[in-house]
Every structure is written in C-alpha cells, then in structure tokens.
Design a protein around this ligand. Sequence first.
Ligand code: GLY
Length: 326
Amino acid sequence: MEPAIIVHGGAVKFSGEKVGRALEGTKNAASRGYRILIQGRSAIDAVQAAICELENDPTFDAGTGSPLTSEGDIEMDAVIMDGRTLESGAVAAVKNVKNPIVLARMVMENTPHCLLVGQGANQFADEEGVPRISKEKLITEENRNKLLEFKSSYGKAVMNDFSTRDHDTVGAVAIDKDGNIAFGTSTGGITNKRPGRVGDSPLAGIGGYADNKVGGISCTGHGESITRVALAYDIISKMKYANMTIQAAADEALSEMSEKLANAENNFSAGVIGIGKDGVPVYSFKTEQMAWAWARNGKLHNGVNPGDDDVYSVEIDSDSTLIKDD
Ligand code: GLY
C-alpha cells in the first residue's frame, strides 16, 4: 500500500496573518507524519507525531494554544484509534499536559479503558511519569485576550452563544505500507466553555473513527453539533452500508448535518479529513476555511480556502526539506 497522511488544523475562519501560520503548521505536521510512514513505521506512530507537531504550535487550538475555560483554565481532550484492532484511547478535560495525544495513546496501550477524564486522567499521567507543564506555558496572549474580550463584550447573558468562538481542533488520519489506518483528534475546546465541558473530539465515533475495513476520519468544528449527528460514524456508515466513496460520504454527511440542525439553537458547521481503504486522502468542510495538508507519492498538498492546492515535493533524504512545485 502507498503510505499517506492527511492533517487538519481546524475548520474555522483564520484571521489575517494566522492564514500563513496555519498553512505552515499543517504542512510541517503532514511532512513529519509522512516521513515516519516512508521509513516503514506505523500509521498510529505517524498520527501521533503529526498531532504532537500541531499541539506544540500555538497557532492551533490543541495543546499549547488551547483556549481558556470560563475560569481561565486549560482543559484538553484527545483521542487516538488503531483501525487494525479498533482499539482506541482518549483523555478529556485533562490539565497540565503538553501533548494530550501521547497520553491518549498511553490510555489505549496501558489500560483496559477507552477514555479517562479530568482528575483520573491526570492521576494516570502522573503514574505514567508524564511531566506536568504549568498552564501558563499552554496559554497564549491571544487566547487570554480572547477570553477577556468574550467576557467584556458579551457577558453572562450570551454565555451559550458559541457562534463567536473559534473551534479549530487539530487531527490526522494515516494509512501505512501494510494498509493499517489510524486517526487522532486533539483540542482545547472552545473559549469560555464551562469547566468540565467536553465536545466531540475525544469520542471515538463522533470526533473521528478508524477501521481498516472502511477508512479513517477526523472531525473539526462545533463539538455539540458534531455530537448531535455522530459525524464520524455517520460518514463511516455511508461508506460501509451505502457503498459510498469517502469523498461522497463526507460531503453528504456535512450537508445533512447543516439541514438536520437548521433549526437548532446552535447550528454550526464542521469539517472533516479522511482516508478510505483505497489510501486516497480527502477533505470536506462547510466552514469558510479549514487548514489542511496531505502527503502521498512524494508530494505534499496544502491549503486553507476552498480550491487551494499548493503542491510541494518531499525530499526523502532530508528531515524536513519541501520544495514548492511550480
Ligand atoms: N470540536 C472541538 C470542540 O468543540 O470541543
């Protein structure tokens, strides 16, 4: 099987100079994951490495760069899933961890559970020797200001108005040379969320899914809306039971999500990335923008707006060189 990876840096409208940073960040993440795949390593290793890259980049809403809760704290969610065995691991509302995706993988590999939350997730991190990081190191000036702005402009009366908030979760889906598919999704959630609020991201079947026999999906967007329609498994079901291609299934599921939630109080769009068992990466989004990058056959594709497609050649012998094609 030809190895491939696709990543997203969130379905959202990126403001001004953030567009360039989002392009650069997704490009770096896809390139890192792709180099792991072409060394012959597994899809799950590639997904974890790509997501660590995105979690460490303050441009994105995950790890460093996570938005603040209403109490000025950072609570993060992440999931990883191995489509070969259908094993998954996840953490939710976890604090003081640099890379929640690494902890999610430890849940998958070192416990009999699928999801650990809050204090229990942090206790597990301590037991596994995961170093604690102060929340100050995860908070960016931009996100501190965003919370202040949110509280001063909108106040308590519109605490439930999610339309003004970013939801630019990160995710990755990969297929390795053996045809194994994996996905991961990681997020800090949404600005001014209640302490303990968990969205779609850490829930296998909702914020993503991977099954070697069908494909892999990672979602981004408004967590409550994605949860209402079980977006990831809706796409998998369309492929599995209606024999749809992954592109057609993703496009249809997102359109149906908009229609079904048209009258809901909070109806927000989403975006998805995926790789079917044929190994071809696809993406689809209903938001104004979504940062994405994918790599296959030595080429890396990158964009933010509908219709974007910057193409790079991947220098296999180098750790990081990408040469832009004309
Ligand atoms: N999709 C991320 C969240 O709503 O938490």
